[in-house]
Design a protein around this ligand. Structure first.
Ligand code: PEP
Ligand code: MN
Length: 340
């Protein structure tokens, strides 16, 4: 159930609504929008009637949400803006997260971070814990990788995005990572989603390999119901019958999610197509379709990369990508946010 209240609702009116919900075994989630306050109720909402709330002071509307996700639904608010560092995710900004697939060494990480910073990139990605399909593939430098990311953060002032692979290492990751990535293979690891929902850090939630858009939104709902509203969704390609590319980048997800949810949506064309020479056109298409940001894998020596080298752009090619997407961003009224 969703209760809509005036933006200037006095505290006592708000408290009456909250206590009515709580005394009926419902959990209220307060969501402040730009024009209204929405209160999403989860739990035993069937025992409540809409009229119970409609007659209360400062309430302008009450409705039932029949979808399988509620708090991430567009009915609750128009857009989630996430402030991080001096940057905003959402609000017409186009943000770029770039970096290598994995942390491999201090030199590798520092060289790439240095080049990206020069280009105005502030969101730096690199996996310390790597959930790989094969147990024999490089699994990441783990704690050492986190230490190196902490050094990059200190040295270059980058905003770090790195993956939390399981609940055991989540806390460690949260100490270094400014945005916690949940990978495609973990999109439906519900214990991990609930735990990350209790941490005060934005979450970058990647769509599962064989998950529908609705599955992605329901996974986001698991995080949000724990109190963490700062979720960034990411389309990174899904499995289809097509074998010419690594995955099929489902750009349909962008306008669909924009209509269904208030959460920002990023696109990762690197994993989506899996071939470095085709990343730029798909990045351009993602921006044209309205993505709030991109995640791009960049490596200074792709041929030596310990993971995903074939889909990684060199810094030179990445610079070209930035030049190509900027006019497209402007054409869709977005501003490419580079720190110059
Ligand atoms: C990654 O970002 O390097 C990664 C492993 O992505 P995904 O979870 O989308 O496969
Ligand atoms: Mn990768």
């Amino acid at each position: 159930m969703l209760i809509v209240m005036k933006l200037d609702t006095p505290k006592d009116h708000l408290e009456k609504v909250l206590s009515k919900a709580e005394s009926n075994n419902c959990k209220p989630h307060i969501i402040y929008g730009t024009t209204k306050i929405a209160i999403g109720l989860t739990g035993e909402t069937r025992s409540l009637s809409l009229d119970d709330f409609m007659t209360m002071d400062s309430v302008v509307d009450a409705m039932r949400i029949s979808k399988n996700y509620k708090l991430v639904s567009r009915e609750v608010k128009d857009e989630t803006l996430i402030n991080i560092g001096n940057h905003i995710i959402g609000d017409g900004m186009l943000q770029i997260i770039a970096g290598p697939c994995s942390v491999e060494s201090r030199t590798q990480l520092f060289d790439i971070a240095g080049e990206l910073k020069e280009m105005g990139i502030r969101f730096f990605r690199a996996g310390a814990y790597k959930p790989r399909s094969s147990p024999y593939a490089f699994q990441g430098l783990k704690e050492k990788g986190l230490e190196l990311l902490a050094e990059v953060k200190k040295e270059f002032g980058m905003i770090i995005v790195t993956e939390a692979k399981d609940t055991d290492t989540l806390q460690q990751v949260a100490e270094v990572s400014d945005i916690i990535q949940i990978g495609a293979r973990n999109m439906q690891n519900f214990s991990l989603l609930e735990k990350v929902g209790q941490i005060d850090r934005p979450v970058f939630l990647k769509r599962g390999l064989a998950s529908t858009i609705e599955d992605l939104l329901m996974s986001a709902e698991y995080i949000v119901t724990q109190g963490n509203f700062n979720v960034i969704l990411c389309e990174r390609g899904i499995r289809t019958f097509e074998t010419a590319t690594r995955n099929t980048l489902d750009l349909n997800a962008i306008p669909v999610i924009k209509q269904q949810s208030h959460l920002p949506i990023f696109v990762d064309p690197s994993h989506g197509i899996g071939m470095w020479d085709k990343v730029t056109p798909m990045a351009m298409a993602a921006v044209a379709a309205g993505a709030d940001g991109l995640m791009i894998e960049v490596h200074n020596h792709p041929e030596e990369a310990l993971s995903d080298g074939f889909q990684s752009l060199t810094p030179k090619n990445f610079k070209e990508l930035l030049l190509r997407i900027e006019p497209i961003a402007n054409a869709v009224n977005k501003k490419l946010d580079l720190t110059k």
